[in-house]
Design a protein around this ligand. Structure first.
Ligand SMILES: O=C(O)CCC(=O)C(=O)O
Length: 252
């Protein structure tokens, strides 16, 4: 029996929370049985594909040529390897939720997934960043991420933290982690973490954040893995007439 009611729709309070704070909390977007299915798909994916050099596998926090286990392993577009992910009720629910938050028809939304694993008692923090800092400034997209946890996500295991309202400001200056451009991950120093809101969740719960909302997750200090499956939904790109410089990007 599934313990909590799975909610695939949002109401005006969720919308208002998202509009004013740049994030919203959805306590249950996947049922217990869906979480069990997602976990086994996720684990198989990491066993098969989480090897250095594998296509779509990255260590966000480790240097490209680093030896040893990845610090913050991530698989981009897991749906390429497990197409059933897109047939799942969880995906349908998330697409409908994204459509409601973005006020765009489902058919107009582009999307992709990514999976970020924090193994037990191992792994780096995900430093403060805005997702938009990773994007090409020559193209503007409206969008959001729906971050579903497959495990208990707590402050100790690496739940997400947000800076409320940060999505209404600019894209902040970012740099590569440790100022080392062999590390793929970006971070910003321009946040005041004392005003951050931590978002602990039970398995199957989700947080939704705008591309511009600054966010952070700590290292996993617990004996359980912290498996997050993220679905990113966005509008088609619109060309920006006068793009802002993002010197941390490869194109300078
Ligand atoms: O799962 C994490 O540690 C970070 C997730 C994140 O930054 C994102 O989904 O945008």
């Amino acid at each position: 029996m599934d313990a909590m009611e799975v909610v695939g729709t949002i109401d005006h309070r969720d919308r208002e929370e998202f509009r004013s704070r740049g994030f919203a909390i959805l306590p249950q977007v996947a049922s217990e049985s869906e979480v069990a299915w997602l976990r086994q798909a996720y684990d198989r994916l990491f066993v098969r594909r989480a090897t250095p050099g594998a296509e779509d596998f990255y260590d966000i926090a480790g240097q490209r040529d680093r030896e040893g286990p990845p610090l913050l392993p991530q698989i981009i577009k897991p749906e390429k390897y497990v197409p059933e992910l897109l047939d799942s009720p969880h995906f349908a629910r998330c697409r409908s939720i994204a459509s409601a938050f973005l006020d765009m028809a489902e058919e107009e939304l582009e999307f992709y997934g990514h999976a970020i694993l924090k193994p037990p008692r191992y792994g780096a923090p995900t430093p403060w960043h805005q997702d938009e800092a990773y994007m090409d400034p020559r193209w503007r997209r409206r969008g959001l991420s729906i971050w579903t946890t497959l495990d208990e996500a707590t402050v100790e295991s690496g739940c997400l933290h947000y800076l409320p309202g940060g999505h209404r400001g600019p894209v902040l200056p970012h740099h590569h982690i440790d100022n080392d451009d062999r590390i793929r991950g970006l971070m910003t120093d321009d946040v005041d973490p004392t005003s951050a809101v931590a978002c602990p969740l039970a398995p199957g719960g989700a947080v939704v954040h705008d591309f511009r909302t600054p966010h952070y997750a700590g290292p996993n200090l617990t004996d359980q893995p912290r498996r997050a499956y993220v679905l990113v939904f966005m509008s088609a790109p619109a060309e920006v007439a006068d793009p802002e410089p993002r010197p941390w990007m490869d194109w300078g």
